[in-house]
Design a binder for this molecule. Structure first.
Ligand code: AHR
Length: 550
């Protein structure tokens, strides 16, 4: 910014400005700077704000389950077709039809699980269309009414998971399907006995049973999944929970499949009543049905229909949108409190299996394909939500960002043979060490960042001890104008050094494009260590993750 002012002072040498040359150049520079700051055209001189963090490693908390870093891939727009599946005959490098570049990128994220095939799509999906040599060609009425070729089906999904090393979260059709259809799908997938369905699976190329780690019993059954009342859904849930069995011999005593019921989609009474109904029934459940998770969907939208722009915005929309996203905290607290009433031992996880930013569709895109850009704001939004999940690690044990590729808040965008990694991708990558880490409490005075009538915490932070015992710290500076000097005192360890990565970019709406894919990428950062304290300067609008060596 100072450089910019210097070039302004150069303009004073222009003949048209000579009349003003009586004012010394330095004065003119200061007056101009003050005027621009007052007008909001440039941020004030950035003096680092100080934030003290206290990290007490001796007070470790719950495990931050790796499954909170789960992904969601729906048959929607180019989420699957083009994003994952290009077919074995494609000129795009692939393994059995699945893009190699996408697989490599997702492997680096250590994706724990993928929820599939939807979304709303799941409640109209008939799995038999997606197996065998001749596939049914159907429609996708939810998402643009386009042709669904069914070339990506059960075997392709399982192959994809195998290639990236993730677990299956299969959502069965409770909307237009039947318990029998879902039960047969699970038998087809999991039985090791020579049943007719197992033989059919073998003839389609997979003789061994597949592992299905998670079963979603419906999706948004209160809306696109059939507009059910809580009571109606509950009666369906009991039937599906009882009859849709996992027969995989390796999942009978250990690694049992976890059943996830449809849960709330907001915080209003309609949703708290839904959570009440399911959890109350759970409290009195008998041997014949059970659940291990209650799903919750919560997008950061701002207003409906989604109309915030995903790119080409300034500080006003940046601050407003981050304010909306922080509502996740209250929503989790609200539904957790209801769950605590009926399940004080926290046996049922709150599974936030659809979350993320939902903006207006990019101009020129098919509105049914939910195409949006992914900016630095999304990276910060992702970090804030992951921090919230980590702070609720005792109850929130799984989450799935929507959606993995080319749809909503994606990790990856593709255009034919091209692929670009989004700012959100990099946050997920930086947070990998938090997968299965033990939560370590951090106390700090966040301070306040204010823009117009929006006030936000200036800083957010979490800490965790990884499975090897190393301490990790993630700190977000929400303020787009001021750097922050963090001073962290650590109890329980004596730090020798601390370093990691920081993610920021020139503007709040900076994006990675196919032409400029490295605009928002992490760069190295290290802390000063002195007298057992770490000092670290965080750039404005940044997410930073460091590890501490002792
Ligand atoms: O992720 C897009 C859609 O949002 C999902 O299909 C649905 O479950 C939700 O309303």
């Amino acid at each position: 910014m100072l450089l910019g002012l210097r070039s302004e002072s150069g303009v004073a040498g222009n003949p048209r400005n000579r009349r003003r040359s009586a004012t010394p150049a330095i004065m003119r520079m200061l007056i101009l700077a003050l005027a621009l700051v007052t007008m909001g055209a440039i941020p004030p001189f950035a003096a680092a704000q100080k934030v003290q963090l206290s990290v007490d490693v001796s007070k470790a908390g719950a495990k931050i389950e790796r499954n909170i870093f789960g992904q969601f891939a729906e048959h929607l727009g180019h989420g699957i077709y083009e994003g994952v599946w290009v077919g074995p005959d494609s000129s795009i490098p692939n393994t059995r039809g699945i893009r190699n570049d996408v697989v490599a990128a997702l492997k680096a994220l250590k994706v724990p699980n993928i929820r599939w095939p939807g979304g709303c799509f799941a409640d109209e999906y008939h799995w038999r269309n997606g197996i065998g040599p001749s596939r049914g060609v159907t429609l996708n009425p939810n998402w643009g009414g386009v042709i669904e070729p069914n070339t990506f089906g059960t075997h392709e999904f399982m192959d994809f998971l195998d290639q990236i090393g993730a677990e299956a979260y299969v959502s069965v059709n409770v909307g237009s399907g039947t318990p029998r259809e879902a039960a047969e799908w699970l038998e087809y997938l999991t039985t090791g006995q020579p049943t007719t369905l197992a033989k059919e699976r073998a003839s389609n190329g997979h003789s061994d049973p597949y592992k299905v780690a998670f079963l979603g019993i419906g999706n948004e059954s209160w809306d696109c999944g059939g507009n059910m009342t809580p009571d109606y859904y509950l009666s369906q849930l009991k039937i599906y929970s009882r009859f849709v069995r996992n027969f995989n011999p390796a999942q009978q005593t250990k690694q049992q499949m976890l059943r996830i019921a449809v849960g709330p989609g907001g915080g209003e009474p309609r949703w708290t009543e839904w959570t009440e109904a399911i959890m109350k029934a759970y409290q009195h459940h008998t041997w014949s049905w059970d659940i291990n998770g209650l799903s919750m969907h919560n997008y950061t939208v701002g207003q409906w229909p989604p109309s915030f722009a995903s790119v080409g915005f300034g500080e006003t929309q940046y601050s407003q949108f981050l304010k909306y996203t922080l509502a996740m905290e209250d929503l989790i607290t609200k539904h957790s409190a209801i769950m605590d009433k009926y399940d004080p031992e926290k046996k049922v996880a709150l599974v936030v299996d659809e979350w993320g930013a939902w903006y207006a569709p990019l101009p020129g895109s098919n509105p049914g394909f939910l195409v949006q850009q992914n900016s630095l704001r999304d990276a910060i939004l992702a970090g804030l939500n992951l921090n919230i999940f980590a702070r609720h690690a005792d109850r929130v044990r799984m989450a799935n960002i929507a959606q993995m590729i080319n749809v909503l808040q994606a990790m990856i965008m593709t255009d034919k043979e091209k692929m670009v990694l989004t700012p959100t991708y990099y946050v997920f990558k930086m947070y990998v060490p938090f997968q299965d880490a033990t939560f370590v409490p951090v106390t700090f005075d966040a301070g306040t960042y204010t823009h117009g009538d929006v006030s936000l915490p200036r800083v957010d932070a979490i800490a965790g001890k990884d499975t090897a015992g190393k301490l990790w710290l993630a700190v977000t500076n929400l303020d787009p104008n001021q750097p922050i000097e963090v001073e962290a005192s650590l109890t329980g360890i004596t730090p020798k050094s601390a370093a990691g990565e920081t993610l920021t970019a020139p503007k709040v709406d900076s994006v990675n494009s196919f032409e400029a894919p490295k605009t928002v990428v992490p760069k190295p950062i290290s802390a000063k260590v002195q007298g057992g304290r770490l000092t670290l300067t965080l750039e404005p609008k940044s997410v930073t993750v460091i590890s501490v060596e002792q």
